[in-house]
Design a binder for this molecule. Structure first.
Ligand SMILES: NC(=O)c1ccc[n+]([C@@H]2O[C@H](COP(=O)([O-])OP(=O)(O)OC[C@H]3O[C@@H](n4cnc5c(N)ncnc54)[C@H](O)[C@@H]3O)[C@@H](O)[C@H]2O)c1
Length: 251
C-alpha cells in the first residue's frame, strides 16, 4: 500500500472529489481527517470510511477561518500523532452561478477568494510547523483546467484557481529544503455533484468530445494522481501542476 499509516487531511472531503480522494487514500492505508464546513457531510464520509475498516475522523472546519484551520491541524495531531499530507480541496464550487464579471458583487468575489485562496494559505500555515518537525510532508492543492482553458461566466473562480498555481510554486520553493513538497492537480470538467448542478448533460458531452479520451471525467479518474503526489514515489517532484483532463490541454 502506497500510503500505509500516513495521516492525511482532506479539506472539503464531505462530497465530490474530496470524498473520492478520501476513499482511495484510505484504501492505500492512510488515516483520513475529513475537514469540512458541512458537519453532517463530514460525519457521513468519516462513518463510511470507518465502516470500511479505515481510521478516520470528521472535523467540522471552515478553511477560511484562521482559528478553525489551526484547530484542524492541532486536532489531527492530537488524534493521530502527526500530519503527513494536506489535500487543499475545499472550495466554493458547488452552487456557483455563471454570470458576466460585472454582475459579480464584491462580497461574492471576496467570499470566494476567502475560501479558494485564503483557505489554502491558512491550512498550509497550520500544518507546516508539524511537517517541519517531522522533516517531511506533502501539500496537494486543487486548481482547475479552467485556468488553462477559461470559459465565460466564472471569472472569480478561474482567478482563484490561477492563484492556487502561484501559491503552489511559491510554497514549493520555500519548503523544498525541509522535505515538504507542494504540487497541484488540475482536473478537467469532472462529473461531481457540483459539476452536474453547474452544467447540463449537453455541455458535459461537448466537453468530453474535445478530449483525447472521449468520455466524461469521473472523480475516480483523479485519485491515482492524488495517491502518487501524496506518496514517497513523488519525493523529487515539487512545484508542479499535474493536469488530469483526458487530454484536453497540452501545455
Ligand atoms: N468537479 C470539477 O469539475 C472540478 C474541476 C476542476 C477543479 N475542481 C476542484 O476540485 C475541488 C473539489 O471539487 P468538487 O467538484 O468536489 O466541488 P464541491 O463544491 O462539491 O466540493 C467542495 C467541498 O468543499 C466544502 N467547502 C466549501 N467551503 C468550505 C470551507 N469554507 N471550509 C471547508 N470546506 C468547505 C464543500 O462543503 C464541499 O464539500 C474544488 O477545489 C474544485 O474547485 C473541480
Amino acid at each position: 500500500m502506497l500510503l500505509e499509516n500516513k495521516v492525511v487531511i482532506v479539506t472539503g472531503g464531505g462530497q465530490g472529489l474530496g470524498r473520492a480522494f478520501a476513499l482511495r487514500m484510505a484504501a492505500e492505508g492512510a488515516k483520513i481527517v475529513i475537514a469540512e464546513i458541512n458537519a453532517e457531510k463530514a460525519e457521513a464520509v468519516a462513518e463510511e470510511l470507518t465502516g470500511l475498516g479505515h481510521k478516520s475522523l470528521a472535523l467540522p472546519t471552515d478553511v477560511s477561518d484562521q482559528d478553525s484551520a489551526n484547530a484542524m491541524a492541532k486536532a489531527t495531531v492530537d488524534a493521530f500523532g502527526q500530519v503527513d499530507v494536506l489535500v487543499n480541496n475545499a472550495a466554493i464550487y458547488y452552487g456557483l452561478e455563471m454570470k458576466p464579471f460585472e454582475e459579480i458583487s464584491l462580497q461574492e468575489w471576496q467570499r470566494l477568494m476567502a475560501v479558494n485562496v485564503d483557505g489554502l494559505f491558512l491550512c498550509a500555515r497550520a500544518v507546516v510547523p508539524f511537517m517541519r518537525q517531522q522533516g517531511s510532508g506533502r501539500i496537494i492543492n486543487m486548481t482547475s483546467g479552467s485556468f488553462h482553458l477559461p470559459v465565460p461566466g466564472i471569472s472569480h473562480y478561474i482567478t482563484s484557481k490561477g492563484a492556487v498555481i502561484g501559491f503552489t510554486r511559491a510554497l514549493a520553493c520555500e519548503l523544498g529544503e525541509e522535505g515538504i513538497t507542494v504540487n497541484a492537480i488540475a482536473p478537467g470538467f469532472t462529473m461531481s455533484e457540483a459539476s452536474k448542478v453547474l452544467a447540463g448533460p449537453e455541455l458535459a458531452e461537448a466537453i468530453a468530445s474535445r478530449q483525447a479520451i472521449k468520455r466524461s471525467e469521473q472523480p475516480e479518474d483523479l485519485v491515482g494522481a492524488m495517491v502518487f503526489l501524496a506518496s514517497d514515489d513523488s519525493a523529487f517532484l515539487t512545484g508542479q501542476t499535474l493536469t488530469v483532463d483526458g487530454g484536453t490541454s497540452y501545455h
